[in-house]
Write a protein that binds this ligand. Sequence first.
Ligand code: MN
Length: 440
Amino acid sequence: APQITDHQKHTRLQATGLERINMTLFQSWVSSANSPSTAFPLNNLPYGVFSTKDKDPRCGVAIGDMIFDCLAAEEAGYIDLGDGIVFDVPFWNDVMEMGPNTWKQLRNQLMRLLSVQAAEQENLKTVLTPMAEAEMHLPFIIAEYTDFYAGRHHATNVGTMFRGAKNALPSNWLHIPIGYNGRASSIVVSGSDIRRPWGQIKGPNETLPRFAPSMRFDIELEMGAIVGTNSDGPVTVDEADQMIFGYVLLNDWSARDIQAWEYQPLGPFQAKSTATSISPWIVTKAALEPFRCQTPVREFELLDHLRDTGPMLYDIDLLVSLAPQGKGNSTIARTNYKEMYYSSAQQLAHHSTSGCPMTAGDLLGSGTISGPERHQRGALIELSWGGKNPITLDTGERRSFLEDGDEVTLSGAAHGDGFTIGFGDCTGTILPALTDPYNR
Ligand code: MN
């Protein structure tokens, strides 16, 4: 394949100066939404599913420290998507399937209703629930789950550990976003506990495998892209971008000792089937629009069907923290979504090349997001370099991999001028492995 010339690189760099739009805070009559530190200003309006002791699970929108009850608002006639009652279900899939025009219509209605100019604000106070009183649920029915491996620093680091520096990046890596089909059944919402799995393990100095609890249980800091419309046949990168409904934070819990033994030649299987956690709020593509940025300069030009057509990554600061049981939090990694080599639109386009139908509610994991520096690594296997170089937490403990009782939190935010588009935390606490997983 032809290598990109310096001139082409320079031209692409010049094209990255994207003019940012809508970069100031929109004022809401919900006063907590106007705080510069809130994750949920009027500019954001992310979609979730919540319940309270009086309300069954239902669709809601985060605004400041409150949740706007979509079902109550629809029943009272404040929201009308032109198709009768839409919000009488505890998931966002039905709205997704109504398509991008409806997504825009809903966002416009919410923007108007929650704006400081809204005439209905006294009446609308009755459809707000304090976030502190709500329990969050999975925001959509996950149709299927695919996980990619599209962060170059992560792939290089892990490849170096598994195969040596010379063969770190597989020869296909710079040409296609590598992925595997994961399990939708084990996706859980933030706050769910994660049980340390058992599995078949063979250490480098063992001649035969054994069945044991994973001792190298790890995290992966990722973004999850949610497919909002169906496809039948291959889609272009631009069409794929149009199909994406929104994004969540995603932790792809990974048992490295199980993975190291099982992964050849078909990739991860049980190592990543225990659980995948996602943050509770779907941040829409519309809210992230001002933060679009370019993918990195290409080492090899991508084939036409995957070629970059515009800025399709987002400038989102990401952070991982870890708190041992009963101890305080330490930040263990800071990075940014713009470190990805492939955008979610490119991943989705690649996913459809075979004719594979994509479905509203499909979830695409980005792959672990690491930056070039040690403190920017989005997995413990990289941070501790396979356990050879444990990290030290602010509270003094050392970590190569997760210990029982550890609570891990992913957080993410795009920073505008005086406002923040936050995602809401994605947390999980490690429960000890069962004494005997077959003793039921
Ligand atoms: Mn992953």
